[in-house]
Design a protein. Structure first.
Length: 95
């Protein structure tokens, strides 16, 4: 099911009893809005963010937000040629 959070389309659903929200944020502000809305929508639940990004994005800023706002963070690399590696994403959290 597609839902709307303050005018932003997100995919919202349930998978094996777990609430799932999918968003394609492209910058620090949109990541912050998404995590804040997710925490508000699922107040009494932990927030696990699965994060991957392209090398052409401000990843360090986005990683700072998700690492601070989430209870658990999983870093992934897609098959897209601009996708950043998990190890470089991890370096972005440590900086």
């Amino acid at each position: 099911m597609v839902g709307v959070l303050d005018g932003v389309d997100v995919l919202v659903g349930v998978c094996d009893g777990v609430d799932v929200m999918l968003d394609g944020s492209h910058n620090e502000d949109s990541v912050k809005q998404f995590t804040q809305h997710a925490k508000q929508k699922f107040r009494n639940k932990s927030l696990c963010v699965i994060f991957g990004g392209g090398r052409d994005k401000s990843l360090q800023d986005m990683l700072k937000v998700v690492s601070e706002e989430s209870d658990e963070l999983v870093l992934v690399q897609s098959n897209h040629f601009r996708s950043e590696t998990e190890s470089k994403l991890m370096d972005g959290i440590d900086d």
